[in-house]
Design a protein around this ligand. Structure first.
Ligand SMILES: Cc1cc2nc3c(=O)[nH]c(=O)nc-3n(C[C@H](O)[C@H](O)[C@H](O)COP(=O)(O)OP(=O)(O)OC[C@H]3O[C@@H](n4cnc5c(N)ncnc54)[C@H](O)[C@@H]3O)c2cc1C
Ligand code: SF4
Length: 518
């Protein structure tokens, strides 16, 4: 097992072992660059991963206090993981590219009141080869000749209803889940516990892929249960070390040459905001005042149909079902941006809590008794950047690390409300067209699962935090590799784009190190 000394100032430090951090770290290690990766969570062993959603929730979810305000859930505003593999242990593996026009949000949608819309600092052609690379690396079905997964009954209901509405772009999704054995990992067995970690490793998680590959290079050390709590710089404004809290409660520091932060938006933003100094009084990389602002998630709600026949939605791969017809930008619908409809299997306990919040007795039991007749989908739409949606630090409240508790403030933009109303109507009609006895909308009940935008990329340092490579404008050896750098979000799930950007960033960092520019 490779180990680097704590005073080794030639290493690249990567914070986080999830989709972004592990991909950057592995890409650098494969190029012979020494990397120390810090992960706040522990490494689960195969025997720790069980097909049980509530047990796994307790084992890998980030449960330290966060405060939600506005439309964000008050006690659990954001859902992500603290474990080796990060939230790729929990994700459902939908891996879609953003569309070219979504990278040009400001130019395409024009000025929308109370938004802070911008274009990405590069176009789709720049990102395309990295998408190719990411899909191939992750084994995404429906790309590179990789067969799609079969559809379960929940998919068949979605497909039949969508066709009745005239939709035609329907398939079992692009998933980073093996449809055939690939690179030492087995094919999906349709067990239906994708969010419990996929014990057989058919689903791409960095625990099974990037981390062991990086370890095999001899250029990578993973420090688990090691929470980075502070970042230090020298008098020239260059980052020189991080402070971290180990499982034994001791604070230590690690010297470094380059720092790359991939803590998944809330933690990335908190760490940088919480590292102020005389030189950087508003936090690191925050001379624009934009760090923490423009926080985006996606418009997200559930639609459930009580169908005339048995569905057994819990069987099979969670998200192997997608309708793409509403994905484009069509102002005729009365809003900007697109919508996806995706299958989802809500567990009985989730439905008991969230389907009809507050309902009691026959009203809810009459539905739950017919769990096997339920079909369900998520509706998923584009969110608009608003400067007032932000992540900030609580002025006095501290968590168990002694760090200020993050406050996640999010309010729906009127455009999002219009997307939601349209999408819920179409979602309900998909089930009604097949004779659903009842349909239900689950609105404002989910925490954010996709987080983006608090350290956006741009070429103008007065309105963005990072340059187009995710390098902080203010600090040349500080990089951000997670969804914080997204200037806009499209309607697609973000992780494929995060991985594509991480691969692109790793190439840049390696090139800059080779010429001693950083
Ligand atoms: C239920 C659910 C379903 C999802 N399904 C999909 C999907 O189908 N498709 C999709 O595209 N996306 C999906 N996502 C989102 C996806 O999981 C994330 O986009 C992705 O994992 C983000 O990668 P990341 O590296 O930024 O963060 P993560 O994967 O969350 O990794 C961040 C890691 O950093 C560690 N960390 C944070 N701060 C520190 C610190 N200070 N010191 C040390 N370690 C730290 C954390 O412990 C964590 O392990 C889903 C998310 C959820 C919750
Ligand atoms: S359905 Fe497939 S991807 Fe999901 S847990 Fe089972 S084997 Fe893994």
């Amino acid at each position: 097992m490779t180990k680097f000394s704590r005073d080794n100032s030639s290493v690249v430090v990567v914070i986080g072992s999830g989709a972004s951090g592990a991909v950057v770290a592995n890409s650098l290690a494969q190029r012979g660059i020494d990397v120390v990766c810090f992960e706040a969570g522990r490494r689960l062993l195969p025997q720790d991963i069980v097909n049980d959603e509530s047990k796994m929730f307790g084992r890998f979810t980030w449960l330290d206090e966060r405060i939600g305000s506005g439309n964000a859930l008050a006690n659990f505003p954001v859902w992500n993981c603290k474990t080796v593999g990060g939230t790729t242990m929990h994700w459902t593996a939908t891996s879609l590219r953003m569309q070219p026009h979504e990278l040009q949000a400001r130019s395409t949608y024009g000025e929308i009141e109370n938004t802070n819309l911008v274009d990405w600092p590069f176009d789709y052609a720049e990102l395309e080869p990295w998408y190719e690379n990411a899909e191939s690396r992750m084994g995404v079905t429906g790309t590179h000749g990789i067969a799609r997964l079969p559809g379960n009954n929940n998919y068949k209901v979605l497909e039949a209803g969508a066709r009745k509405l005239g939709y035609s772009q329907i398939n079992t999704n692009n998933l980073a889940i093996n449809s055939k054995q690939r690179e030492g990992r087995p094919a999906c067995l349709q067990l239906g516990f994708c969010t419990s970690g996929c014990v057989i490793g058919a689903k791409w998680s960095t625990l099974y892929t990037e981390i062991p590959q990086a370890e095999a290079t001899g250029h990578f050390e993973l420090r688990t249960e090691s929470m980075v709590v502070g970042v230090r710089h020298n008098t020239k404004g260059k980052i020189v070390a991080v402070d971290y809290l180990g499982a034994d409660g001791q604070i230590r520091s690690q010297s470094l040459r380059v720092l790359i932060v991939g803590g998944n938006v809330v933690e990335t933003t908190r760490l940088l905001l919480n590292s102020p100094s005389r030189m950087f009084p508003e936090g690191l990389a925050n001379s624009s005042g934009m760090l923490g602002k423009n926080y985006m998630r996606h418009v997200l709600a559930g639609v459930v149909g009580l169908m005339p026949g048995q569905v057994n939605l819990h069987r099979g791969t969670h998200q192997a079902g997608l309708v793409m017809d509403e994905r484009g930008h069509d102002p005729q619908r009365g809003f900007a941006g697109g919508i996806l409809f995706l299958t989802v299997p809500f567990a009985p306990d989730t439905l008991a809590r969230l389907l009809l919040p507050g309902a009691w007795g026959d009203r809810i039991t009459s539905v739950l008794e017919r769990y096997d007749h339920l079909a369900a989908m998520l509706v998923h739409g584009e969110d608009m950047a608003q400067e007032s949606n932000m992540i900030s630090l609580h002025p006095s409240r501290k968590d168990r690390y002694g760090l200020p508790v993050p406050i996640i403030h999010y309010e729906d933009h009127p455009n999002s409300k219009r997307i939601l109303s349209y999408a819920l109507d179409r979602g309900r009609k998909i089930y009604e067209s097949l004779g659903a006895e009842q349909t239900f909308a689950m609105v404002d009940v989910f925490p954010a699962t996709h987080n983006m935008g608090t350290a956006r990329m741009g070429t103008d340092a007065s309105i963005s935090v990072c340059n187009p490579r995710g390098q902080a404008h203010d600090i040349e050896n500080l990089f951000i590799c997670d969804g914080s750098v997204f200037p806009s979000v499209g309607c697609e799930n973000p992780t494929l784009t995060i991985v594509a950007l991480a691969l692109r960033q790793a190439e840049y960092v390696a090139g800059q190190m080779a010429i001693n520019a950083i």
